[in-house]
Design a protein around this ligand. Structure first.
Ligand code: COA
Length: 336
């Protein structure tokens, strides 16, 4: 059987209604709206309200993507969900999404590649479709960071950048030989030697005799820790590198890309990367000022907004690039 190209046929997103401004954070910790905007570009983010679950956000995003594709959950063969903030330690988030979508017995898994999680998931989904094992796959990125951050001055470097949200796409085998739409190339990398530079130390199954103790909680070892400048330096080096590799793999010139979507970790990172590659402003789309860093959800949220705002139309070439904890990084090139 000839291999089939996988194309995106639906996008969707969901963020909680609760808006948390920089000024609201300044009431919880020693920070200012000016510091946050200047260093990160973020003006506000969304946080869940009591009772709202990651699978609720993922569910709304998935239903929106299915509707956009004109499909139902019964048309889907596999659910792949990228997250670093799983609803429960095990089995994760995808199973609760599965329950929420009444997905029958469709297989589902969580995939952990942090802020690069959506691109990693896209790559696996693309391979499953190309191999003929699946025809349609729901690929989701979903994060609830707000319940995991340290909302005090101790945790302010990380607390101000993260937000909650979910994004989803439907990937489908392109069976029309005359339709050039599809995933053209995905390039992924990881380097585990940097894992402790951006991580959550506990709970950890390697902690003996218990995954987490009261002392560890008192020390704040269950909160995310980041060596900000170290991460920044690696991000601005790796993102242009992998973006260029992916374009070369797809045989696409930088000038032929209609829209560049970068992981939304910090607007300054994205401006730096764009400057290095001489990408004009009108071919960049960011939404970090409204949602902060939603890790694995950032890129599918960008896709869903760009799709609805008419920034993406048939024939467009989209370049998507991410960098995150692990370290992981990757880039995908898609023809719409
Ligand atoms: N508000 C006010 N001051 C803050 C602050 C906050 N929210 N967070 C940190 N500071 C302070 C620091 O304590 C430090 O104070 P000091 O000079 O008295 O020691 C000062 O601001 C500078 O801190 P630093 O961490 O060096 O700032 P920075 O310029 O590196 O910016 C980040 C911090 C987090 C914005 C930046 O490092 C970054 O974006 N890193 C990469 C993030 C990323 O890509 N993450 C990966 C994806 S998940």
């Amino acid at each position: 059987m000839p291999s089939k190209r996988a194309k995106i046929v639906g996008t969707g997103m969901c963020v909680p209604e609760r808006v948390v401004t920089n000024d609201e954070l300044a009431g919880m910790m020693d920070t200012t709206d000016e510091w946050i905007q200047q260093r990160t570009g973020i003006k506000e983010r969304r946080w869940i309200t009591p009772g709202q679950m990651p699978a609720d956000l993922a569910g709304e995003a998935s239903l929106a993507a299915l509707e956009r594709a004109g499909l139902g959950i019964e048309d889907i063969d596999f659910i792949l969900l990228g997250t670093l903030s799983s609803q429960h330690e095990f089995p994760g988030t995808s199973f609760f999404l599965h329950e929420r979508l009444s997905a029958g017995e469709i297989p589902c898994i969580d995939l952990r590649a942090q802020c690069s999680g959506f691109l990693y998931a896209l790559n696996f989904a693309d391979s499953l479709i190309q191999s003929g094992k699946c025809r349609r796959i729901l690929v989701v990125g979903c994060e609830v960071h707000s319940t995991g951050i340290d909302p005090t001055t101790r945790g302010r470097d990380v607390a101000v950048i993260f937000g909650d949200g979910a994004g989803a796409v439907i990937l489908e085998a392109n069976e029309d030989d005359d339709d050039p739409a599809g995933i053209l190339h995905v390039r992924l990398h990881a380097q585990g030697k940097h894992a402790r530079r951006l991580w959550i130390e506990a709970p950890a199954s390697g902690e003996w005799p218990c995954r987490i103790s009261k002392e560890m909680i008192d020390e704040g070892r269950h909160f995310p820790k980041m060596e900000g400048k170290y991460v920044f330096k690696h991000a601005v080096t790796r993102m242009p590198e992998v973006l260029t590799e992916a374009l070369a793999g797809a045989s696409i010139k930088l000038d032929d890309v209609s829209l560049f979507l970068f992981h939304q970790a910090n607007l300054r990172i994205n401006e730096y990367v764009a400057g290095k590659l001489e990408i004009p402003d009108d071919r960049l789309f960011n939404n970090i000022e409204r949602y902060g860093n939603c890790s694995a959800a950032s890129i599918p949220m960008l896709l869903a907004e760009a799709d609805r705002e008419g920034l993406i139309t048939s024939g467009h070439i989209i370049s998507m690039t991410a960098f995150g904890s692990g370290f992981t990084w990757g880039s995908a090139v898609v023809r719409w």
